[in-house]
Every structure is written in structure tokens, then in C-alpha cells.
Design a protein. Structure first.
Length: 297
């Protein structure tokens, strides 16, 4: 069995998958399985992947399912995987040549059974780090502490210890919604398990126009139940009141989209939510009228 699974949820992205494939061919360690979850593609994804499987240059597993969106693809991937570690690589991203080798080496040196896994850096093609680096003097911390306590910004690459991660599955699924925040489970994992921090680039990103990162505002509008559910969890586990209030504002906004008149009584912090109502209304009006697609941190 391989040591790590690289899993890629994809939907009609045959045109860009080749970049990731080529980067996996160049890996200095081949101790990985590439698991492709085809989430109902109608393009030639299957034919392209079948061609790569026939080449037999790296270990590839292909799984097709009817379109269920990001959360459905992640649930399927985690159900299939058997390796100790796993990392999600989006279809428009790729890995530096030594990424797998460095991940496995660092895990062998520093990993332990109760660790949630590892977090490293994303970078652009020109080598610039996405957002900020991780705190140099911190060996491990909670997921939320990265952004709240240490003020880290920008997308980062998370490698999961599957034995820990699997205890918190599945991701919640709301019928008719396909784009929840995949960091939802991290909020529960971090109550007992910490992430190891490494300032090494594990992923090179390219934000394509049809990608999820570039269409965040549309996700808010298309998946209000998912986002309201996520914001309630963020309020519950917030590290300080400022974070709780900020997430209450987002919760109010998503609740208005849902036309949910019971959102205050359903909130884990009713008074905070009541105080957030005016700001939530403003956010709702902004989201419904803005032409912007995303906020990239």
C-alpha cells in the first residue's frame, strides 16, 4: 500500500488536469496514489484519465459519481482511501517535484498518531507565497489559531492524518447544495488534535475563472444552508468574541437568504446574533448586489 493519497475532485476539468498529472510524474517519490473523483463530468475526463492509467507511469484510481458537489466528492474520496495520509489537490493546481518526498519525510520525522496532520504553503507559479508564511517559532497549533492567533492569511495546503480525520466524517450534506466550506470538520478536529506547521511549498496554485476560489460569492448564494451551518460551528468554537461576532454577521446574512425566521432561536449565541442583525442585513444586501466573484486572502 502507498503511504499517501493525492485526491482530486473534478468536474469538467479535463482541459487542465494534465498539468497536475505531469507534476505527479515528476515526483521524486512515487509512494503515492492519485485518486480522481469525477463528480459527474460531461466532458472527456474519463477518456483522458483512462489514457493515463494505460500508460501505467504512476498509480491512479478513478471513481465516477453523479454530481454531488465538493462535499459529496470529499465524502466519496475519504470513504475510498486507505493510506495513512491524504492531501487534496484541486484540478487546476499542481505539486513541486519534491512535494511528496518532503511530506513523507517530515511526517516520518515529526508525525505522531494523535496529530491532525500537517500544513504547508501554497505558492503561485512565479514562486510568490500565497498570503503569509506560517509562524516560524510554532511547531504545531490548532487550525483556527493559524488565522486568529497568528494572523496567517491566504490559502494553505493541509495534509490529513486519516485515522484522526476519519473519526469526524462525513461532511454534512444539504440537499440541493454543492459548495460548503471543506474546512468545516477542522473546527471539530482541532478540539483534540493539532496540526504540524512547515514553511515548505507543497502546492502551486492557479486560480482559474471557473474555479471555486474565484467564485466565492456565488457559493454564498447557492449554498446558504451549508454556510449557515458552518457559521454556527464557527461561533461555537470561536477563539474570541470578535471572531464570534464576525461569524454571527455571516450567519444572519445566510439566514436571510434562506428566509429563515427562526435563525435567532436556532443560534448557539442568541444575544450576539441579535446584535449582529443590522450588520448581517448590510452584508446580505452587498452579497446580493455585488458583481464581484471572490475575496482571495
Amino acid at each position: 500500500m502507498k503511504s499517501i493519497t493525492v485526491f482530486t475532485p473534478t468536474y469538467n476539468r479535463a482541459y487542465c488536469l494534465g498539468q497536475l498529472y505531469e507534476s505527479l510524474l515528476k515526483q521524486t517519490s512515487k509512494d503515492f496514489l492519485w485518486l480522481i473523483i469525477d463528480d459527474g463530468s460531461t466532458d472527456n475526463t474519463k477518456e483522458v484519465v483512462d489514457g493515463w492509467i494505460k500508460e501505467d507511469k504512476i498509480s491512479i484510481q478513478y471513481s465516477y459519481q453523479t454530481n454531488k458537489g465538493m462535499v459529496g466528492a470529499h465524502n466519496t474520496a475519504h470513504h475510498i482511501m486507505e493510506t495513512e495520509l491524504c492531501v487534496c489537490m484541486d484540478s487546476d493546481d499542481f505539486m513541486p517535484d519534491n512535494a511528496i518526498e518532503r511530506i513523507l519525510t517530515l511526517w516520518k520525522q515529526h508525525g505522531y498518531p494523535e496529530s491532525a496532520g500537517m500544513v504547508g504553503l501554497d505558492a503561485y507559479k512565479n514562486g510568490t507565497i500565497v498570503g503569509t508564511k506560517l509562524p516560524e517559532a510554532v511547531a504545531e497549533c490548532k487550525f483556527s489559531e493559524l488565522y486568529v492567533k497568528y494572523k496567517v492569511s491566504g490559502d494553505k495546503k493541509f495534509i490529513h492524518n486519516r485515522k484522526v480525520f476519519n473519526k469526524y466524517l462525513p461532511y454534512p450534506f444539504f440537499e440541493g447544495e454543492k459548495f460548503p466550506i471543506t474546512s468545516y470538520l477542522y473546527l471539530f478536529i482541532e478540539q483534540e488534535h493539532k496540526l504540524l506547521l512547515f514553511n515548505e511549498v507543497f502546492c502551486v496554485v492557479e486560480y482559474l475563472p471557473d474555479g471555486l476560489s474565484m467564485n466565492l460569492f456565488n457559493q454564498y448564494k447557492q449554498s446558504p444552508k451549508s454556510f449557515a451551518h458552518y457559521r454556527k460551528a464557527k461561533m461555537k468554537f470561536a477563539l474570541n468574541y470578535k471572531e464570534r461576532f464576525k461569524n454571527a454577521i455571516h450567519y444572519v446574512s445566510s439566514s436571510i437568504m434562506l428566509k429563515n425566521t427562526k435563525f435567532i432561536s436556532e443560534s448557539p449565541f442568541k444575544l450576539t446574533t441579535l446584535l449582529a442583525v443590522p450588520f448581517g442585513v448590510i452584508l446580505y444586501l452587498y452579497l446580493m448586489n455585488t458583481k464581484k466573484k471572490a475575496i482571495l486572502k
